[in-house]
Design a protein around this ligand. Structure first.
Ligand SMILES: [Mn+2]
Length: 292
């Protein structure tokens, strides 16, 4: 994977990105919820699978002192095959650069799909620090190792071809997922993840996920930290494994989840489709009350 992937912009221009204008302006009427820390990963910008609208909504409603981008933010593999870059994807980059400018500490840990950023490890693009891994200290004093998680593919997948077969099957699933949700939107049904549903039905996938979680936790234990935060497998989770706190922040392709830390160190997984649903239900109820 040593080939260079062309990005929709020059990486050096990232520092000036906030000076440009977003296609969709930020909502000025929203008081943002504030957390100590936010972790997101597996956004896969540059693919149709990315739920950009949902992530823009999240970024417009949530703020934090620190934000970790835990890899696969861009999908260089797909961009290389077929160039796809809608305005909404630019708007996400713009929002991230803007919050860096406003003073949010942002740490970007590239994954395997955006490994072209790994060559910039140690550099700072307009307040976004690129790191290979990080140690995060929570408000309640726990030391958590933050990494993407593809480091363990050699152990969790016995052969490289299996990873790529998985990649093809995965993109087929994403296409189906998209059509299922176009239909559901037309029918005014809430967002539903086909692949998330399938994953929990398929025994192999369940085994793969738990094996990944155990291996990552094992590595954290060997490193002498209290816990670990990963992405990569698109499965948001919290588990206590062998004395280690294992967290996964999920993804913005299927689950649309983020991991957050409250001011007291308490951690929570936010399911953004559920948050939107609850907000819309509350708004509809308020409208009904106003009309009555
Ligand atoms: Mn990955």
């Amino acid at each position: 994977m040593g080939t260079v992937t062309k990005l929709p912009f020059d990486a050096a221009d990232l520092a000036d990105f906030h000076a440009s204008q977003p296609h969709r302006p930020e909502r000025g009427d929203i008081v943002r919820r504030r957390y100590r820390t936010v972790w997101i990963s597996d956004v896969h910008l540059g693919t149709r699978g990315c739920n950009a609208d949902m992530l823009i909504d999240f970024l417009d409603h949530v703020d934090s002192e620190t934000m970790y981008l835990v890899g696969d933010i861009f999908d260089g593999w797909q961009l290389k095959k077929k160039f796809y870059w809608p305005a909404s994807h630019n708007d996400i980059v713009w929002r991230i650069m803007k919050r860096a400018k406003r003073g949010t500490r942002i740490v970007y840990i590239p994954g395997n799909h955006d490994e072209m950023f790994r060559q910039f490890t140690g550099l700072d693009f307009g307040g976004v620090k690129i790191k290979r891994q990080a140690i995060h200290t929570t408000a309640d004093g726990r030391r958590l190792l933050v990494l993407h998680g593809d480091e363990f593919d050699a152990i969790t997948l016995s052969h490289r071809w299996l990873a790529h077969a998985g990649d093809a099957a995965y993109h087929l699933m994403m296409t189906l997922n998209r059509w299922v949700n176009v239909y559901r939107r037309v029918m005014r049904l809430p967002y539903w993840s086909l692949s998330k549903y399938a994953k929990h039905k398929v025994k192999n996938a369940v085994e793969f996920i738990s094996k990944f979680e155990e291996i990552v936790a094992h590595e954290a234990k060997a490193r002498g930290v209290d816990g670990v935060i990963a992405g990569h497998i698109h499965t948001a989770d919290y588990r206590r494994i062998d004395g280690i706190d294992y967290y996964n922040d999920g993804d913005w392709v299927e689950g649309c989840t983020a991991l957050v830390e409250h001011d007291d160190g308490r951690m929570e997984i936010l399911h953004w489709a559920d948050e939107i649903r609850a907000r819309e239900a509350a708004e509809a109820a308020a409208t009904t009350r106003a009309a009555a």
